[in-house]
Design a protein around this ligand. Structure first.
Ligand SMILES: [Mg+2]
Length: 348
């Protein structure tokens, strides 16, 4: 399996899980079953007008993360100074803010709307689908509207919503050669909008899981490596215990639906990570794992998306059902962003 295929599979898998879960994001499990039957939702819902299964803010922001990393990499290579979070990802998230609100926090940012040199195949903002409002997270919107960039040292709020962790898979892909760096950068990228330690440390942990999968480790080994790095950070206890609980439940004979209920609902970062990790470890089939990851009372698109990121990085493109790959919205943009990200990874 080529690394380029794993990059694509992780982002495409995430988009598919997000699309599957988006249909039932705000539904309780009994409501999902009442609408879709005892098995819950098991297939993508295709919009009859577009012929595509809509992705949500999770995948939209993941694409802006990937584009921001490319942007930052090019600028840092040129100037020899900067950080991924501050030299590209923050600016990219302001562009995401613009897609959702049609405004930027300050007029000196207007240049961000112009095509940039790193967008060699055309601007990401030319994709009108990205302007669709798909239940964008309030924390992300308000943090970016504040005109201040949150950092780990200077937290912008006390939020640990899952809006940080759900968008950082590209960091793990891009920086997989150095899992410690992947952790730090993903945590910094999440801290732009989420200031609670669990909000950004869960993001760091996910990036390491993705990174280690690219390095050839199993999902269980990757999670262990993530927990080892996580322990080096202050205030890691909540995220660590969520991950430990997920792993313990995988080894138990607890019914999967009850296990997910024990792990929470996924609206907060450490729970979203724990549920996604549990599903990816419990079910080794791509489709079955995603079905498990979205059929519960909680934040189905985020747990579906994160689980899809992990499954894709683990099993590659061949595990992804062809029909789903064809139906998911913005597949061409995912492929373009992936290939530009991969080009920089090769150059690095
Ligand atoms: Mg969403």
């Amino acid at each position: 399996m080529s690394k380029k295929d794993l990059f694509m599979a992780s982002l495409l898998g995430g988009a598919i899980g997000d699309a599957l879960g988006y249909t039932v994001e705000f539904m309780k499990l009994d409501e999902i079953k009442a609408k879709f039957g005892e098995e819950g939702i098991t297939d993508l819902e295709v919009n009859p007008y577009s012929g595509k299964a809509p992705i949500s803010d999770d995948t939209q922001m993941t694409l802006f993360t990937a584009d921001g990393l490319i942007w930052a990499y090019d600028r840092m290579s040129e100037r020899g100074i900067g950080s991924y979070a501050g030299s590209g990802v923050y600016q990219s998230y302001l562009r995401w803010l613009y897609t959702q609100t049609k405004s930027l926090p300050d007029e000196h940012y207007d240049w961000l709307l112009d095509p940039q040199p790193h967008e060699e195949n055309g601007s990401i903002l030319a994709h009108r689908e990205l302007f669709s409002a798909r239940a964008p997270g309030n924390t992300c919107l308000s943090a970016l509207e504040s005109n201040k960039m949150g950092t780990i040292e200077g937290p912008i709020n006390d939020s640990k919503g899952c809006g940080g962790v759900m968008r950082v898979a590209p960091v793990g892909l891009f920086l997989h050669r150095d899992p410690e760096q992947a952790f730090r950068v993903a945590a910094e990228v999440a801290a732009i909008t989420h200031g609670h330690p669990s909000g950004y440390l869960a993001a760091g942990a996910l990036a390491v899981i993705i990174a280690e999968l690219l390095n050839g480790k199993s999902i269980a080994e990757s999670a262990k490596s993530a927990m080892a790095i996580l322990k080096e950070y202050p205030k890691h206890e909540e995220t660590l215990s969520a991950m430990e609980n997920a792993i313990e439940l995988v080894g138990s004979d607890e019914d999967p639906v009850d296990a997910i209920t024990k792990l929470g609902q996924g609206w907060v970062a450490e729970e979203a990570l724990a549920i996604s990790l549990y599903c990816a470890l419990k079910e080794t089939d791509f489709k079955q794992a995603l079905i498990l990851a979205v059929n519960h009372d909680g934040d189905s698109d985020s747990t579906g998306g994160i689980c899809g990121n992990i499954l894709g990085a683990s099993y590659g493109l061949e595990a992804i059902p062809e029909e789903w790959a064809k139906q998911v919205e913005l597949k061409e943009l995912i492929a373009d962003v992936t290939s530009r990200l991969y080009d920089r990874y090769i150059k690095m």
